[in-house]
Design a protein around this ligand. Sequence first.
Ligand SMILES: Nc1ncnc2c1ncn2[C@@H]1O[C@H](COP(=O)(O)OP(=O)(O)OP(=O)(O)O)[C@@H](O)[C@H]1O
Length: 303
Amino acid sequence: MTQAPDTTPLVKIRDIRIDGRSDETWLPIIKGVNLTLQRGQVLGLIGESGAGKSTLGLAAMGYTRDGVRISGGSVEFDGIDLLTASAAVKRDLLGKRIAYVAQSAAASFNPAHRLIDQHVEAPVQHGIAGRKDSAEDGIALYRKLRLPNPEEIGFRYPHQVSGGQLQRAMTAMAMSCRPDLIIFDEPTTALDVTTQIEVLSAIRDIVAQYNTAAIYITHDLAVVAQMADRIKVLLRGEEVETADSVEKLTFASAEIAVPNPARAPFLSGFAYLLRCRKYLGEFAKVLGGCGEEEFVICTAWTT
Ligand SMILES: Nc1ncnc2c1ncn2[C@@H]1O[C@H](COP(=O)(O)OP(=O)(O)OP(=O)(O)O)[C@@H](O)[C@H]1O
């Protein structure tokens, strides 16, 4: 008998309200947002700078920065209420079942330690594996993330590898305990376009392989359309749009399958069909509507 897929949300955020301190007063940053995420699903969180993406991403881990407080709502991870969980419970979850990949890999690594030594810390600390097995697993992850010389690269210090390599080493580190959830906070923003594409596709493959749920934060729709199954758009702390599916369309020069080819600036490439309720406005170059409920969103990735 085949087992029914588990559809219980891994992450359940209800009506979350978050404030930030400004002088002596608290101002709202997130104004009642809901978010659910199933196992293995990738949710893209998009919005302009200051919209509250990082604040919401951190709240999904039950975390707030200094000067920020959660004033209402709930955050559940696999049935655990993260807003009332003890520090010990949260410590056990973070790094092990929930991981975070920040924009600046350089700032997240200790410059004085080799990559592989930093990689093994979490699995050893959480009692998942010993140092030797964790290091071997690290090499396997480096290989999956297409790092060059995976057997050797871990012996380097952070300053001895490129930005794209460091970003992939950080993703490997986040995967070291095979977390159920990873928050990626603009992990490729600092990279050049070619490296960005490489890192994105490596990240996409690895989360799919391990059925890891992910929240992918960015302000770049082309990036998020490539990474996410669903997209949530934030504007000044409020959710303004959710696209529940992203479908990649590949088209060739002779058969541009977009409703308004006159506006297509290229002859072949990819477009993404976002089934969404509203026009995504400033975040997207819309090639044309196809029905009231759908828009074809163009990303300029010509082939
Ligand atoms: N530690 C803090 N204390 C007080 N207010 C804060 C703090 N951190 C962020 N904020 C405020 O919260 C709002 C949202 O910030 P957040 O970093 O979540 O936005 P974002 O959408 O991730 O932006 P970006 O794309 O620029 O990283 C901003 O207006 C910011 O001023």
